[in-house]
Design a protein around this ligand. Structure first.
Ligand code: NAP
Length: 213
């Protein structure tokens, strides 16, 4: 089993759930934050904090990890600098450090940014380009593309599909976090890109079915 997991964006809405889940398991949750003042909060969640910015040197954050969960995001402020180039910076550091497993939180719509709503177009292009870079990186990747995120309590169940037939919808951040964490050691989703929404399937079952014909 994967032992030490770096969470990029550990202080974010999804990232805090990921940190809590991993911190409460046998794994080490290396919680990456860019602001020193968030360190105590990460420890409270069960994480081992590391201060690093995706737009700068991240080698010390990646060193010694077995896997990375990318749950960071620009909130629209600097989509190419953070959502694309920040992700690429971390992917490059992972390759350099020999961290082979990378789980990417992407977004519905990143498969076809030009068809997305105009205000989201640059964001979706940035996510699509980061996803493509990850696919070509040689890392063992999984790309998870949720619909709209909510702060509702998680249910532990989702719908997942590679086939883009889910349509629009939403999903609690907590269930997205559970999906990212479950994906880390779920071999059926190694090398897969898929969408998720709220649904009735247990997360592990939904992931195992993703790549089935
Ligand atoms: N919102 C939606 O409906 C939706 C739908 C589909 C996919 N997504 C994707 O899901 C991601 C996570 O969502 P969320 O709600 O958890 O986002 P969030 O609360 O905004 O969290 C993003 C985290 O990324 C961190 N971050 C930003 N720039 C960074 C940098 N340069 N270096 C290191 N960390 C940095 C932020 O740190 P600070 O705390 O320091 O700001 C924050 O903790 C989004 O970014 C988006 O790509 C969102």
């Amino acid at each position: 089993m994967t032992e030490s997991v770096l969470i990029a964006g550990a202080h974010g809405g999804v990232g805090q759930h990921v940190t809590l889940l991993l911190g409460d398991s046998d794994r080490t949750a290396r919680a990456m934050v860019r602001d020193e003042s968030q360190v105590d909060e990460m420890e409270t969640l069960g994480g081992e904090p590391v201060v690093a910015d995706l737009t700068a040197d991240v080698d010390h954050a990646v060193e010694g990890c077995d896997a990375i969960v990318f749950a960071a995001g620009s909130s629209g402020d600097d989509v190419y600098g953070v959502d694309r180039d920040g992700a690429i910076n971390l992917i490059d550091a992972a390759v350099e450090a020999g961290v082979n497993r990378f789980v990417m939180l992407s977004s519905m719509g990143a498969d076809d940014p030009e068809s997305g709503p105009e205000p989201l177009r640059d964001y979706l292009i940035a996510k699509a380009e980061a996803d493509e870079y990850l696919r070509n990186s040689g890392l063992t990747y999984t790309i998870v593309r949720p619909g709209e995120l909510t702060d509702e309590e998680g249910t532990g169940t989702i719908r997942a599909s590679e086939g883009l037939e889910l349509g629009e919808g939403d999903i609690p951040r907590e269930d997205v976090a559970r999906t990212l964490v479950t994906a880390i050691d779920c071999e059926p989703v190694y090398g897969e890109t898929f969408e998720i929404l709220s649904g009735d399937d247990a997360i592990e079952d939904a992931l195992e079915a993703v790549s089935s014909p």
